[in-house]
Design a protein around this ligand. Structure first.
Ligand code: GUN
Length: 282
């Protein structure tokens, strides 16, 4: 078997067309404020990509770049003014944050109607209760990618490798909501291969290059690779050993060009949604 590619670029382009049409119907563009603290190089790349997509699609964006030694109190006061600013629809604080800042304190400070990252406790709580409001961009993008290819997880055994608040946990909840049978595996899981081998759908968000080998994948599985690593040659790669696994999977995401473009488009969709929430009562 040679797997078909789950082409995130194509799926994101289709989604972009839909969102552009929605944006054209609005009296004025929504506004997203991106807050970056410090100089983490990967964060710099991600934030730049998000700003570029805002410009392309017609969302107003503003970057607030604060120094590495910013205190938690000063970041929280900045968020309070963004919460109060009626011209701002969405607020995103890029993580990781410098060690003097507790990310949870920041995430819970963002107004729930402006929480376009879906990382705040209210957004997470609504998701867990089956009534999602803002869903974190990566898991939401993955679900949309599956839909684009008419791949339904209902009734299937979905294995999620990784339990982060940003990807693994919300993804598992979304899959459950779509009637999948879900197993979450992680770095402490014993005999990972025995678990992954059972997956009809395998999602890997462990941040470890080549963690998933061909022997760990069931024939015909759908494989979604969320990893973003660099191999020994400095080339981008995911968590899945792509070529050998492609020979057993039925569908697989490339890295780059799989989950990444969908993640950015999810953020655009959430920013438009934030605009729709404006003026509503909590
Ligand atoms: N760091 C890695 N991914 C993300 C994301 O989706 N949002 C934010 N704010 N930070 C991230």
């Amino acid at each position: 078997m040679v797997a078909k590619l789950l082409d995130g670029k194509a799926a994101a382009a289709a989604w972009e067309a839909e969102l552009s049409a929605k944006l054209r119907g609005l009296p004025s563009p929504p506004k997203l404020v991106l807050v970056r603290v410090g100089d983490d190089p990967a964060s710099g790349i991600y934030v730049k990509k998000k700003i570029e997509m805002c410009a392309k699609i017609g969302i107003t964006s503003e970057l607030v770049h604060l120094p590495e030694n910013t205190s938690e109190a000063s970041l929280l006061s900045r968020i309070a003014s963004l919460n109060a600013d009626k011209s701002v629809n969405g607020i995103l604080v890029q993580v990781p944050l410098p060690k003097q800042i507790d990310a949870l304190n920041v995430q819970k400070a963002i107004h729930p109607f402006k929480d376009v990252d879906g990382f705040g406790p209210k957004s997470m709580g609504y998701l867990l209760m089956g009534r999602p409001r803002f869903v974190a961009a990566t898991p939401a993008g993955i679900m949309r990618l599956l839909q684009h290819y008419s791949l339904s997880p209902a009734g299937r055994h979905c294995v999620v490798v990784g339990r982060s608040n940003i990807v693994g946990k919300p993804l598992a909840v979304l899959l459950l909501q779509d009637d999948a049978t879900v197993t979450i595996a992680h770095s402490k899981t014993k005999d990972l291969a025995a678990i992954t081998k059972q997956a009809d759908f395998l999602f890997v968000a462990a941040g470890k290059a080549n963690l998933i080998t061909k022997a760990m994948v069931k024939k015909g599985a759908v494989v979604v690779d969320v990893g973003m690593n660099k191999n020994r040659m400095g080339k981008s790669c995911g968590d899945v050993d792509f070529k050998p696994v492609s020979s057993v999977a039925s569908f697989i995401t490339p890295v780059p060009g799989g989950v990444g473009p969908m993640t950015i488009m999810s953020l655009m969709a959430n920013t438009i949604k934030a605009r729709e929430f404006q003026n509503q009562k909590e």
